[in-house]
Design a protein around this ligand. Structure first.
Ligand code: AMP
Length: 287
């Protein structure tokens, strides 16, 4: 496995893999790699793609006052983990390499970027879209792999790829969870033991919403109320940012739950902002 820091080196290494007849798969990460990231690497390998992992804490997707400076960085362990898991190329640029001479161009996916997490993290998804567009142009993969945990991100990127005709297939992979249900996240390490005990209530509450829909597919407002109640009970120190029942593609709030919906939630627990979601295929009256 090779670790490179420049765009030119990535293009060279990917070109060689292509010349050897390989297809190419990209896992884009901000490092502090964990089981969720490794599950994406496994998927690339299973597809037989040349496995490229990018590690870049992208400054432009952090809003002012967010945790850019303190975001966990552990490159040596990340590179070792990539190698152990079978990655073939790690691209770990610095910000000067990624944004040479500053950059005047951003990618904005309207509407989808402005709701849910976008409402409380101004500019976040523009930063994500811009860096992912750059990575897609740098690596030129056949497939790029993303986690369903960041459901809004995956939905926005799918739209970006369609709207701008990127010649890449996006593969969205299931959320990897701790045994108590908490979605694995680099930010979980911000939680103190008491907050960590409360954190699984987020997924528990979403599952409660799923049960409510399965039982009677009530109007979305009732589902939201049930999820909020469960979340407040299980994570009394949590500050709920949002709990929403949305259309899986448009991310717009829905009223009816007898068709596929996503229940998405964000909660601040001490220093960590946790997000999670469940996709519910069909409520009671639709089954
Ligand atoms: P990040 O390093 O947080 O930017 O995440 C990089 C990629 O890993 C994104 O596509 C995330 O959606 C994905 N990811 C993060 N956590 C998980 C998880 N628990 N399960 C599956 N994928 C994840």
């Amino acid at each position: 496995m090779k670790t490179v820091r420049t765009i030119a080196e990535v293009r060279q290494a990917v070109g060689e893999a292509r010349a050897a007849g390989r297809s190419v798969g990209l896992v884009a990460t901000m490092g502090a790699l964990h089981a969720g990231h490794f599950s994406l690497i496994d998927r690339v390998r299973a597809a037989g793609d040349f496995v490229v992992v990018s590690i870049f804490v992208n400054p432009t997707q952090f809003a002012p006052g967010e945790d850019y400076e303190s975001y966990p960085r552990s490159e040596a362990a990340d590179v070792a983990g990539c190698e152990a898991r079978g990655a073939e190329l790690v691209f770990a640029p610095d910000a000067a390499e990624m944004y040479r001479g500053g950059s005047l161009t951003t990618v904005h996916v309207a509407r989808l970027s402005e709701t849910l997490c976008g409402a409380s993290r101004p500019g976040h998804f523009d930063g994500v879209c811009t860096v992912v567009a750059k990575l897609l142009n740098i690596v030129a993969p056949d497939r790029a792999y993303f986690g369903a945990k960041d459901y809004q991100q995956a939905t926005i990127l799918r739209r970006m790829v369609a709207d701008l005709d990127f010649p890449v297939e996006l593969v969205v992979c299931p959320t990897v969870r701790e045994t108590d249900g908490l979605a694995v996240s680099s930010r979980n390490r911000y939680l103190n033991p008491d907050q960590r005990r409360q954190a699984p209530a987020l997924y528990g509450a979403l599952r409660e919403g799923e049960r409510v829909i399965a039982a009677s597919a009530p109007p979305a407002g009732e589902v939201v109320a049930a999820v909020r109640d469960r979340l407040r009970a299980g994570a009394p120190d949590g500050e709920i940012d949002y709990v929403r029942v949305v259309d899986p593609e448009t991310l717009a709030d829905v009223e009816r739950t007898d068709r596929p919906v996503v229940i998405a939630a964000a909660v601040r627990l001490g220093p960590a902002r946790l997000i999670d979601n469940v996709r519910v295929e069909r409520g009671a009256s639709g089954t």
